[in-house]
Design a protein around this ligand. Structure first.
Ligand SMILES: Nc1ncnc2c1ncn2[C@@H]1O[C@H](COP(=O)(O)OP(=O)(O)OP(=O)(O)O)[C@@H](O)[C@H]1O
Length: 249
C-alpha cells in the first residue's frame, strides 16, 4: 500500500449508537478510478466526509501522499492536493462560468479573498481558469451565467473548479447524478482520461458508469467494506449480489 495517493487505515465513525463507518481501510493508487458503491445509508457520504475533513473519525487515520492528515481541516487537505466535487452543487448560479472557476483558482492560490474584485484582471489566475474550462469543454460558455448552463454542463463546471487546484487526488460524489445519457457518456469519457492526471475516488450510483470506469470497486454495506476488487470480481461476488447488486451484476 506504500504507493497509495490516498489511504484510510481502519477509520470508524459513530453517530450515537449508529456505526456509520466500521474499520474502513481503502486506498487510491496512481492512475486509477476506485469506485465506492453501496445502498442508500450505507455510509458513503460519511466516509467521504472523513477523507475530505468535514468529519473527524473516532478511530483510524487518513493519509494523503503518505502524510497523516487525519487532524487537518478541509482547506489544508485541499492545499495538499485533495480535490473534490459535490453531490449538491456548490456553484454560484448568478456568477458567470468563468467567475466560478476564477473563484476556485483564487482559493487554490492561497491569496486572501479581498483580492477577488481584481481577480478577473489577474493574468495567471485567468490562464489557470481558462485552461480548466478548456479541459472540460466549457471555454465557449465562459461568459454565460452559470444558471443558464444545462445540468450536465454544471457538473462539468464543478470538475473545472476542482481542476484549478491541480489536485493530486480527486474525490467525486455522484458526478453522474441527474445527467442524461449523452451527458453521462461525455463525462465518463472525460473521467477516463482524467484518472491519469489525478486518480479518482468515485462515489456513484450509476452502475453503467461504475462498471465501465472503475479499476477497483469497494462495496459498503452498513458502514462496512464487504468487498474490494475488480469489476469482474465484484460482479461475481455472492455477498455483494445478495447485499446490493442483485440483477445488476
Ligand atoms: N450527522 C449525522 N447524524 C446522525 N446520523 C447520521 C449523520 N450523518 C449520517 N448519518 C447516518 O449514517 C448512516 C450513513 O449515512 P450516509 O449519508 O453516510 O450514507 P450514504 O451511503 O452516503 O447514503 P446515500 O447513498 O443515501 O447518500 C445513515 O444511517 C445516516 O442516517
Amino acid at each position: 500500500m506504500t504507493d497509495a495517493v490516498l489511504q484510510t487505515n481502519g477509520i470508524s465513525k459513530s453517530f450515537g449508537a449508529l456505526r456509520a463507518s466500521r474499520d474502513i481501510s481503502i486506498d487510491l493508487k496512481p492512475g486509477e478510478i476506485h469506485a465506492i458503491i453501496g445502498p442508500n445509508g450505507a455510509g458513503k457520504s460519511t466516509l467521504i466526509g472523513q477523507i475530505c475533513g468535514t468529519l473527524r473519525p473516532d478511530a483510524g487515520a487518513v493519509r494523503l501522499l503518505g502524510r497523516d492528515v487525519t487532524h487537518q481541516p478541509t482547506r489544508a487537505r485541499a492545499r495538499a492536493g485533495l480535490g473534490r466535487t459535490f453531490q449538491i452543487s456548490s456553484l454560484a448560479m448568478e456568477d458567470t462560468v468563468l467567475q466560478n472557476v476564477l473563484l476556485g483558482a483564487l482559493g487554490a492560490s492561497g491569496r486572501p479573498w479581498r483580492f477577488f474584485s481584481n481577480v478577473t484582471r489577474d493574468t495567471s489566475l485567468r490562464e489557470t481558469a481558462e485552461e480548466a474550462l478548456a479541459r472540460v469543454g466549457l471555454l465557449d460558455q465562459a461568459r454565460m451565467r452559470t444558471a443558464e448552463l444545462s445540468h450536465g454542463q454544471r457538473r462539468q463546471l464543478e470538475v473545472a473548479v476542482a481542476l484549478t487546484q491541480k489536485p493530486k487526488a480527486l474525490v467525486m460524489d455522484e458526478p453522474m447524478a441527474g445527467m442524461g445519457s449523452e451527458g453521462s457518456k461525455l463525462l465518463t469519457g472525460f473521467l477516463d482520461q482524467l484518472r491519469h492526471e489525478a486518480p479518482i475516488l468515485l462515489v456513484e450510483h450509476d452502475m453503467d458508469a461504475v462498471f465501465s470506469l472503475a479499476d477497483r470497486i469497494s462495496v459498503l454495506v452498513y458502514g462496512e467494506v464487504i468487498a474490494t476488487g475488480t469489476v469482474d470480481e465484484i460482479r461475481s461476488n455472492a455477498a455483494v449480489k445478495e447485499a446490493y447488486l442483485g440483477d445488476e451484476a
